[in-house]
Design a binder for this molecule. Structure first.
Ligand code: ATP
Ligand code: MG
Length: 212
């Protein structure tokens, strides 16, 4: 009997406040490079790294991510983190997805900035057992690959791969700043997300739409 190949699932975690083309290009490039069957976007619940900062309601971030990914048959969105009633840790995200898709091989996608912090993440050695990690380049952030590799000396060679992707100097922070100041976010985020931000008055100072 022929053995069926394990499904390869990308996992793109983020606050997605709002989701932008930098996220979408990162997911698409990694999917192509690793021949992934699907990329699951996982908006964070309460992001632990953003504690103390204001974040838009999870439901708005979830819906924007659905809008942005709806047209791509290989992209989907998971509620795993927003439905978990506590601060989001990546290790919980990966454990939940591993339980949900026990036969799949997980590829956790992360930008250079997040990857630099990886060694400060909780349970980072377990993280590498749950998923392969793929770091993508991001303008403005240098990656100290030697330092990371030093820490991963005892892990398999494919535990972490860093790939170069087309440089998009877009951040959610800058999109929020623009929206707050009435400047355009057209072409930085998908059209439907521009319209959703406007419909929900997101990022407008004093609109009361923040989770702390
Ligand atoms: P914020 O400015 O609020 O931190 P962000 O633009 O960094 O938002 P996040 O939701 O924090 O977006 O990021 C989710 C993931 O996407 C992280 O791994 C981050 O490194 C990656 N990422 C975000 N923007 C880019 C980009 N322009 N190019 C490559 N990777 C990116
Ligand atoms: Mg960020």
């Amino acid at each position: 009997m022929q053995e069926t190949a394990r499904r390869k699932l990308g996992v793109m975690g983020g606050t997605f406040d709002p989701v932008h083309h930098g996220h979408l290009v990162a997911a698409s490039e990694v999917a192509n490079r690793f021949d992934l069957d699907e990329v699951i976007f996982v908006p964070t619940g309460q992001p632990w790294q953003k504690a103390g900062k204001t974040v838009s309601p999870a439901e708005d971030r979830y819906l924007m991510t659905v809008i942005a990914t709806a047209s791509n048959p290989r992209f989907s969105v998971s509620r795993a983190d927003i439905d978990r009633d506590k601060v989001t840790y990546t290790v919980d995200t990966l454990r939940d997805l591993q339980n949900q898709y026990p036969d799949a091989e997980l590829y956790f996608i992360t930008g250079a900035d997040a990857l630099s912090n990886i060694l400060t993440w909780q349970d980072w050695s377990e993280l590498f057992e749950l998923a392969k990690f793929v770091g993508v380049t991001r303008p403005g952030y240098e990656l100290d690959v030697d330092h990371l590799e030093e820490h991963l000396r005892d892990s398999p060679a494919d535990a972490l791969t860093v790939i170069e992707i087309p440089a998009l100097a877009i951040s959610s922070s800058e999109c929020r700043r623009r929206a707050a100041e009435g400047r355009p976010v057209w072409y930085l985020v998908p059209d439907g997300v521009v319209q959703y931000i406007s419909k929900r008055h997101l990022y407008v100072p004093g609109n009361g739409k923040v989770d702390r």
